[in-house]
Design a protein around this ligand. Sequence first.
Ligand code: SAM
Length: 264
Amino acid sequence: MKAKIKLNKSNCCSLSNPAQKAIMNIPGVYGVTVNSFENTAEVEFTSETNLAVIKQLLIEQNIMEADKFKEKAQNWDSPKKIEMANKFVQFIQKNSLFNKELDIIEAGCGTGLVGLNFVNHVNQVTMIDNSPSMLMVLEEKLFEQNLMNVTVIEGTIDDYIGNQVDKIIIFMALHHINNIDSFIDKCYETIRPGGELIIGDLLEEDGSFHYPEQVAHNGFNLNDLNQNLNSKEFKILKSEIFSSISKNNREYPQFVIIAQKNKA
Ligand SMILES: C[S@@+](CC[C@H](N)C(=O)[O-])C[C@H]1O[C@@H](n2cnc3c(N)ncnc32)[C@H](O)[C@@H]1O
């Protein structure tokens, strides 16, 4: 049997290639080809093992990332989540220009609650997420709706190697990203001059929003984030609270930032 699996970047890019060694050490695996460019490995194995076992062993050794949204993906599209995404979409459609010439990326797209709203209004949408289960739900929608101008990438923004785009949108996913500086730098590099990075997320909170889960950031301080974007040559066009989420008998405010890369 043969399967292609996604690896942690740090493993497959290393010269000594720990991924290759770790996969070959799994009983039942008889072949592995690592593609350091794609951060993937093609694994060949006998019926002595199976893909779920291989993946679990590699997650335990930090060779593969665990799919943190595996249990949530199938029921992600609840009325509450759809309403939340729609409010964000309405805000950005009102405050940013979209037309058929534009290419956009949605990072942390999940099941597509935000990005799919733009498919008919732009030229090309690239949807990036590192959860295979969330992307499986998205891909079912793409297939059912026969959407041809959408490219899906399983991974992070660092896995995008295409042409520059006009806008990068990220909604409720920045708080899951450890290295915000590196994310913003990659966005700056990927956005055309005059293009925009559009961020929607939680204002800083006490960790109760995701409790008992832990995430990389308990929301963001709006001033700090704006200053960070400014320091990386983005101009802040909009920065405001646009909505809030009711949870745990309280309200968690949500902000939106529209930051423009300098035009020249
Ligand atoms: C809270 S969900 C939001 C999904 C979608 N934006 C929505 O509003 O329905 C966060 C998403 O970000 C994805 N994610 C987390 N870290 C990521 C990363 N470093 N790169 C790409 N996607 C990531 C998760 O897999 C998940 O699908």
